[in-house]
Design a protein around this ligand. Structure first.
Ligand code: DC
Length: 225
């Protein structure tokens, strides 16, 4: 039997990453943060001195990028040319530039091919041994894995999303720009704010993480029964 694919998308601050990771952990699945592949590509271009304005060079860099993903929900990691870049991809420098890659349509196509291979690999083997994968990211339910057994769009009110991110430590004005500003930029190329046909909307405005995790797991059981 082929493993399950659970695809989760939605904007920042909805709990998407935390919930995806926890669902993967509880169900014994691989966990794939597709946004991290955009971030690794950003690091790679910055390192190699490739201008983000040069769309074809950025795409060529992605096609030859030597990246390895460790899809363990307990400790997800990413290596680039054999070096662990898991911490580096979370720096402000990378966060501020990543939309330059995410809005490059050729780069998206190249990363999309890579992401589909990773997902397909977990249906039959990989980290999960064929049990399946929870994949999260802005276009996962619509473009990358429209055939996933379960597709969920997580949402939450704007101010709740900003407050959740601000609660992680930074100042509110900076966070508002990071959360709402980046949504606006990213929304120019992918629709991650309304649910496509067959995609279940999960509004987390009034849910704890645990409630959201339980809701996704209940949906997964439903599609498997
Ligand atoms: O979720 P994140 O902040 O790590 O995402 C990094 C960037 O990549 C952000 O600009 C959104 C974009 N992204 C995307 O366009 N499509 C995805 N599937 C995942 C992320």
């Amino acid at each position: 039997m082929s493993g399950i694919v659970i695809a989760i998308d939605g904007p920042a601050g909805t709990g998407k990453s935390t919930v995806s990771r926890e669902v993967a952990r509880r169900l014994g699945l691989a966990y794939f943060d597709t946004g991290a592949t955009y971030r690794v590509a950003t690091v790679w271009c910055m390192r190699e001195g490739v201008s983000f304005d040069n769309h074809s060079d950025v795409t060529a860099m992605i096609e030859t990028m030597n990246v390895e993903l460790i899809l363990d929900p307990n400790n997800p990691r990413f290596t680039l040319e054999g070096e662990d870049v898991s911490a580096m991809i979370r720096t402000d420098e990378v966060a501020l530039s990543v939309s330059r890659v995410a809005t490059n349509l050729d780069a998206r196509a190249a990363l999309g091919r890579f992401q589909r291979e990773v997902i397909a690999g977990e249906r039959t083997g990989g980290f999960s041994g064929g049990k399946g994968i929870v994949a999260e990211g802005r276009d996962i339910t619509t473009v990358i894995a429209p055939d996933a057994e379960l597709r969920v769009l997580m949402t939450a009110d704007d101010e709740v999303r900003v407050a959740r991110r601000a609660g992680e430590g930074a100042d509110v004005a900076t966070v508002r720009e990071a959360v709402l500003g980046r949504d606006k930029k990213d929304a120019t190329v992918v629709n991650f704010q309304t649910a496509a046909d067959g995609v279940v909307t999960l509004d987390t405005t009034d849910l704890t993480i645990d409630e959201a995790v339980n809701a996704v797991i209940a949906l997964a059981h439903e599609v498997q029964s």
